[in-house]
Every structure is written in structure tokens, then in C-alpha cells.
Design a protein around this ligand. Sequence first.
Ligand code: ATP
Ligand code: MG
Ligand code: FE
Length: 341
Amino acid sequence: GIVLGIESSCDETAAALVTTDRRIIAQRIASQDAEHAPYGGVVPEIAARAHAEKLAPMIAGVMADAGLELADLDAIAATAGPGLIGGVMVGLVSAKALAMASDVPLIAINHLEGHALSPRLADPELQFPYMLLLVSGGHCQILLVEGVGRYRRLATTIDDALGEAFDKTAKILGLGYPGGPAVERLAKEGDARAVPLPRPLVGSGEPHFSFAGLKSAVLRAKESGKYGDADIAASFQQAAVDCLVDRLRIALDVSDSVPALVLAGGVAANQAVRTVLEGLAAERGMRFVAPPLALCTDNAAMIAWAGVERLDSGQSDPLDIAARPRWPLDPSAEPVRGAGY
Ligand code: ATP
Ligand code: MG
Ligand code: FE
């Protein structure tokens, strides 16, 4: 089977065709970095307009790349949330129109499920259950992935997401937007022990995360004028990585043993994060799985793949399904200290 995936929840417009046997047969992606860079972050109205302009030709493009007609598809999967509602609506409404016109089933995908299942697109050997660290621009969670649609949230951030902390650190250091890759590059030239920075919540008994205090400490370090930017970047990245490992240790300690430790989301593109998690997995006798970099940051192949997995389990959605700006992966998880999901 073949599933068309559509992603438009933030500032990447993307379409991809993925087969049941894990082949990405076509994909296109347009980043809006240039549109948002002057504002130092994503402007929702600009994002929605850019998605509206780019998506239809992009879908036609991937269909043409693969030499397929809509009638050849087994399903159309689109991100239906969480994210910026204007962009999500553009993608979901396009998917509905195509599904209706061609009588192909629609599958509404939770963007976080796209990230959570992306490692299984990359690695055919990865079976359920697995322990997942989902680190992205808007989320930082530890999830026990028990199956398609079965996610148990073990931990979340009580304030900022880690991607957000990378982006704010980039802003403080004048590295522009988007910040994660720029901070990682600069960190390579710095000394990770040069700047004393906090490791929020490290040592606490519950595996939650907190990055707001780290971000403020980065700002104070910069303003003190005592440290070079590369040392600040390296020390920030080290502090972040230390938090991830410490929190994951707690989650692994309190959970039944699972065979694989898995990393996904935009921050999973960070090599320092990948390296420490690989070490932790080795120490615990677990397999380590992280998708290739292009599948970590937002893309449509992961949405198409989540569609494949949902289709496999016999699921599709009605054409009147609504977009959801907020949509927790684990609906039973309580907000932590009011910080959301
Ligand atoms: P969410 O998935 O939570 O809705 P999002 O879709 O905006 O948020 P992603 O595209 O999954 O987020 O990830 C983008 C984030 O990943 C940004 O904050 C970006 O700075 C960060 N990021 C990307 N590459 C790297 C890297 N190499 N190192 C650190 N952070 C990175
Ligand atoms: Mg982006
Ligand atoms: Fe994302």
C-alpha cells in the first residue's frame, strides 16, 4: 500500500509518499525559516499563509515525482494537531478535499505520534514496547510506547521544551533562527566545563524536566561578559544533555525493563544528545534507535508512516474530523504543575 502524508503544523510545509514496506518513494519539504527569521521565531499568520501557498503544488509535485494518481493511494494522512491552528487547518482541509474527491480514506495524525513512530519507519527491527525520549520544539517527554495509539507518558517538562531552550540560547548568543543546529555547531568550538550552569530537577525522584532556569542562567552568563559564546553554547548543551540522562535513568529505574531506548523529535538531530543516549542504552543493555537526521525534524514521511501504521490497524477518520491545536499523546496524563502536556 501507499500513503500520502501531509505536514503543516509549524513552519515546515511537507508532503511525502511512503509504502507499507517502509519505502519513502517521494518527498518534498519547504522550510519557512527565511520568512520567520526577521522575527526571531515563528509568526503564526505568516506560517498559515505560507502553507496555503505552498501545499497544493507540493502535493501535486510528490504525486508527479512518483508518477501516481490519487486513486493509486491507500490513504491520505495529515497532521490534525497539535500545533499552530492556521497551518494545521490548511493541511487537514487539503487532505479532506483530496480524500473526498478521490474516495480514498483520510487519517488524522497526531504530529507527536508522527515523531513517536518515526523510529519504526527508519528501523524495521524496532518492535513495541520501547522507551521513547521525544524532544522537540514544543515538547520534552518520556513515553513508554506500547503500540500504535498506546502511549504512556512517564515524564514531561514543567516549563520549556528543550528545543525551545536551544532556540532561546541561540537568540541570546545572536545565532539567529532556527537555533538548535547553530548552537550545536558553535558548541563544538567551546569548553563544556567553562560556564557553571544549573541542571534543573537533576536528582529529583520523578523523571520530569525543567529548562527555564537553564535558559535564564545562559542569559546571565552572556550578560556577565565573562565567557565566550562558544563556551556558553558548549556548557549549555552539556547541561541539557546531563538533565536528559539523569531524568531517563529515573524513568528506566521505575519502569519494567524494555528492550530499546529510542530518540525522536527535532532535538534528536543533535549529535551530543544521540551520543549520550547511545551510551546510556549500552550501559543498560538496551538497543539504541534514533532516526536519521532528516526524519527527526518535522517532515511528512513520518506523518505518512503513522498513517501506514494506523491503516494497518484498520483505522481511518471521518471527513468532518476537527483540527486540534492541543492534543496530548497520552490523554490520561495529568498536566504537571499547570505546565501543560
Ligand atoms: P513539536 O514537534 O513539539 O510540535 P516542532 O514541530 O516545532 O515542535 P521539531 O521540528 O520537531 O519541533 O523540532 C524543532 C526543534 O528542534 C527546534 O527547537 C530546533 O532548534 C531543534 N533542533 C533541530 N536541530 C537541532 C540540533 N541539531 N540540536 C539541537 N536542537 C535542534
Ligand atoms: Mg521548523
Ligand atoms: Fe515536530
